[in-house]
Write a protein that binds this ligand. Structure first.
Ligand code: GLV
Ligand code: MG
Length: 335
């Protein structure tokens, strides 16, 4: 029998590869479905056509008295649909909750052969990944599951951020990591009441007397954590994602938060509402102007070495690599 590590594929420039092939080549949005709600399950066939990844949520936002219904709804959703090239994920309950053991004991035997990724919330350190890794190995062996189920960690506790590097490389099952700004804000004692996004008071004021009128510029509350997460993920060969954006009425702010994450190296974000699907698709696909400029660079430097001037800007081996990141993504979007 193959060990999980035998599925590992080396990392290509700009195209992080998980240790086994996933059905989807893109993961621009992880679309959350609450599987305890019957009318939401009815929408799943249409959603499968329009998203890169569909996720049955069992954790936060599911009321405690609906946890069993959500688990059963997710199993039913997985059994009744064909997912084709759309990824099938679930977010299980956290490891110290009363529900997680049954989540795993029921879901893996029932639909383990269809499930691509388990999202694990509130990961504090590599020990949480090791525990899930071993439990999955046991359940897969017992249930005759043919392909290893991958693990995606949510980075949403101060302890988790401290241990982000060791979490990212804790197991060959690691698929990636998402920022969980709401839980992280609480864990850090931040003075906010939001699910992701910025805050008007987190800003920098220009110096007094420096300009005729003082101006403030809002800062990105999540810059530090996203940067730290991207470095941890890329150096471990896994993928980084921005998480949720809770203000469904503010598409502009959602797009801006997603775009910051995209530019910083994230490959996708969560969509909690159907209107965020299109935003994520647009943001996490490369800008056509960037693609044509990247093509100019690669065409001007076919072997990726040397230095050339394009439109007045110096290009060299390093910009060739940046261009490859954009072109590889454009190719995946086009295929
Ligand atoms: C997501 O789970 C978050 O806490 O932001
Ligand atoms: Mg959370």
């Amino acid at each position: 029998m193959k060990t999980p590590r035998a599925y590992y594929q080396p990392l290509a420039i700009g195209a992080p590869a998980p240790y086994r092939e996933l059905p989807t080549r893109l993961e621009r949005m992880i679309h959350f479905v609450p599987p305890h709600i019957e009318k939401m399950l009815a929408k799943v066939p249409d959603l499968i056509e329009s998203v890169d990844v569909i996720l049955g949520n069992l954790e936060d936002a599911i009321p405690a008295d609906q946890k069993v219904a959500a688990r059963q709804g997710f199993i039913q959703m997985a059994q009744e649909n064909e997912f084709g090239s759309t990824g099938l994920w679930t977010r299980i309950n956290c490891l110290n909750s009363p529900w997680v053991l049954d989540d795993l004991l029921e879901i893996v035997p029932a639909i383990g052969n269809k499930l691509d990724v388990i999202m694990l919330p509130k990961v504090e350190g590599p020990w949480d990944i090791h525990y899930l890794d071993q439990l999955l190995a046991q359940l897969e062996a017992r249930g005759g599951i043919e392909r290893p189920i991958l693990i995606h960690a949510i980075l949403e506790t101060a302890e988790g951020v401290k241990n982000v590097d060791t979490i990212a490389s804790a197991s060959p099952r690691m698929h990636g990591m998402s920022l969980g700004p709401a839980d992280l804000a609480a864990s850090r004692g931040m003075k906010t009441t939001r699910v992701g996004g910025g805050h008007p008071d987190y800003s920098v004021l220009s110096d007094a007397g420096h300009e005729a009128a003082r101006t403030t510029v809002q800062q990105d509350l999540w810059h530090y954590t996203v940067a730290k997460m991207v470095d941890a993920c890329m150096s471990a060969g896994i993928r980084a994602f921005y998480g949720p954006f809770g203000d469904f009425a503010d598409d502009e702010a959602c797009e801006s938060q997603f775009r910051n994450a995209f530019l910083m190296g994230c490959v996708g974000a969560w969509s909690l509402h159907p209107r965020q699907i299109g935003i994520a698709k647009r943001v996490f696909s490369p800008d056509p102007n960037e693609v044509s400029f990247a093509r100019k660079i690669v065409n001007a430097m076919p072997d990726g070495t040397g230095a050339v001037m394009i439109d007045g800007k110096m290009q060299d081996d390093a910009t060739w690599k940046q261009a490859k990141v954009i072109l590889d993504l454009a190719e995946r979007v086009a295929s």
